[in-house]
Design a binder for this molecule. Structure first.
Ligand code: KG4
Ligand code: ZN
Length: 346
C-alpha cells in the first residue's frame, strides 16, 4: 500500500440517502462527480428506505464505472477510497460502505470513512478557493439543519441544530399539505415569489431563545390549522396558495438567518457558508447576502451540484483526512445517529 500524497488519486462514494454518487479527485482536481437521484420516491411522498438501498445496489457499480471513466482513470490508478459512513439510512450506508470496502480489499488501497455532515460543512471549499477559516456554516437539507463554527479541517464545533424537523423536511411537509408533491421546497420557493410573505403570520419557533437551535414542527401544525380554518371546501385559490408559500417560507428563512447571524456575531466571525439542498432557496440566499452586506461579511454558497448530496464533498474532506495521515480499518461499521451525537466538539 503506497502513501497518499498531494498528487494521489481518490475515489469517493456517497450513498447515505437517496442519491447514489461517485467522484474522482486527481490531486486537488475534481475530475468527475456522478450523481444518480432516485426520483421514484416522489410517488410515495418521501424516501422509502428499503427501496433506496435496493436502488443503490442496482446502480452503484455503473455509477463508479462512470466516475472513473469520466476522470480518465481506472481502478488500478486509484490510491485510496473515501466513503460516507454516517449519518444516514442504514441500508443505504451499508451498500456504499460494503462496495467501497470490497474495492479497497481487491485493489489493496486504504479507505477513509467520512461523516456526511462533514462533507456538507466543507463543500463550499470545493469551488471557493478564497474561502478561509474561521467560518460559520449553516448545513440545511431535508435531513439536517445545524450550525457549526469551523476553525480548520480538523476542528469544528456544533453550535446548534433543529430539535425536531429539518428545515427541508418542513418545506416538504408544508408542500404536502398544499398538495404540491414531494419534494416540495423548490415549488414553495417558486410560488412564494408571487406571494405576500406578510399575508399570514406564521410562528417563528425558538427565534428569541438564547441558543442556536431551531424547531420547525410548530410551523407545519400552524399551516395545517390555517388550511382547516381558512380554506373553504379544500380548494385553495391561486393567490392564497402563493401567500401561504411566501409566509411559511419567510418564517423558515427568518429563523435560519436570525440564528446564523447571531452565531457569527457571538463568535466574531465574518464569513458565512450555507450548504445542503435548502441552500438552493432563493429567499434564504437573498436574506443572508443582505444581512452579510450590511455588516461587511462574506457569504459563500456552493453551486447546486455540491449543495445536494454528492460524492465530491465526501472526496474533498476524505482527501484532507488522508493527507493528514488518517485511515479507517476495513472493519469500520456504519452509524445512523442523528446530528447531535457524532460530532467532535472542541
Ligand atoms: O441535500 P438534499 O438534496 O437532500 C437531503 O435532504 O439530504 O436536500 C433536499 C431538500 C428537500 O427537503 C427539498 O425540498 C429542499 O432540499 N430544497 C429546497 C429547495 N430546493 C431543494 N427547499 C427550499 N427551497 C428550494 N429552492
Ligand atoms: Zn446531505
Amino acid at each position: 500500500m503506497s502513501a497518499f500524497t498531494e498528487n494521489s488519486t481518490l475515489l469517493a462514494i456517497e450513498t447515505s440517502c437517496d442519491e447514489t454518487s461517485a467522484a474522482v479527485l486527481v490531486g486537488c482536481e475534481l475530475r468527475s462527480n456522478i450523481v444518480s437521484s432516485q426520483r421514484f420516491h416522489t410517488q410515495f411522498g418521501g424516501v422509502v428506505p428499503e427501496l433506496a438501498s435496493r436502488a443503490h445496489v442496482r446502480y452503484i457499480s455503473s455509477i463508479v464505472r462512470d466516475a472513473l471513466s469520466e476522470a480518465h482513470v481506472c481502478m488500478h490508478d486509484v490510491h485510496a477510497i473515501a466513503v460516507t459512513q454516517s449519518p444516514g439510512l442504514a441500508g443505504s450506508l451499508v451498500i456504499g460502505t460494503s462496495f467501497a470496502k470490497g474495492l479497497a480489499l481487491r485493489y489493496n488501497v486504504p479507505i477513509i470513512a467520512v461523516n456526511h455532515i462533514e462533507g456538507h460543512i466543507y463543500s463550499a471549499c470545493i469551488e471557493h478557493t478564497t474561502l478561509s477559516f474561521p467560518f460559520i456554516v449553516l448545513v440545511v437539507s431535508g435531513g439536517h439543519t445545524a450550525l457549526f463554527l469551523v476553525r480548520s479541517f480538523e476542528e469544528y464545533q456544533l453550535l446548534g441544530s433543529t430539535r425536531d424537523d429539518a428545515a427541508g423536511e418542513a418545506f416538504d411537509k408544508i408542500a404536502k399539505l398544499l398538495g404540491l408533491g414531494y419534494p416540495g421546497g423548490a415549488k414553495i420557493d417558486r410560488l412564494a415569489r408571487e406571494g405576500n410573505p406578510s399575508a399570514i403570520s406564521f410562528p417563528r419557533g425558538m427565534m428569541h431563545d438564547d441558543n442556536f437551535d431551531w424547531s420547525f414542527s410548530g410551523l407545519k401544525t400552524a399551516v395545517r390549522t390555517y388550511l382547516q380554518c381558512h380554506v373553504s371546501g379544500g380548494q385553495i385559490d391561486d393567490q392564497q396558495l402563493r401567500d401561504i408559500c411566501a409566509a411559511s417560507q419567510e418564517a423558515i428563512v427568518d429563523v435560519l438567518v436570525h440564528k446564523t447571524v447571531r452565531a457569527a456575531q457571538h463568535y466574531a466571525v465574518s464569513t458565512l457558508v450555507v450548504a445542503g439542498g435548502v441552500a438552493a432557496n432563493s429567499r434564504l440566499r437573498e436574506r443572508l447576502c443582505d444581512a452579510a452586506q450590511d455588516k461587511g461579511w462574506s457569504v459563500f454558497i456552493p453551486s447546486i451540484q455540491y449543495c445536494t448530496d454528492n460524492a465530491a464533498m465526501i472526496g474533498y474532506i476524505g482527501r484532507q483526512k488522508l493527507l493528514a495521515g488518517v485511515r479507517s480499518p476495513l472493519t469500520f461499521t456504519i452509524a445512523t445517529q442523528a446530528i447531535r451525537s457524532p460530532y467532535r466538539s472542541r
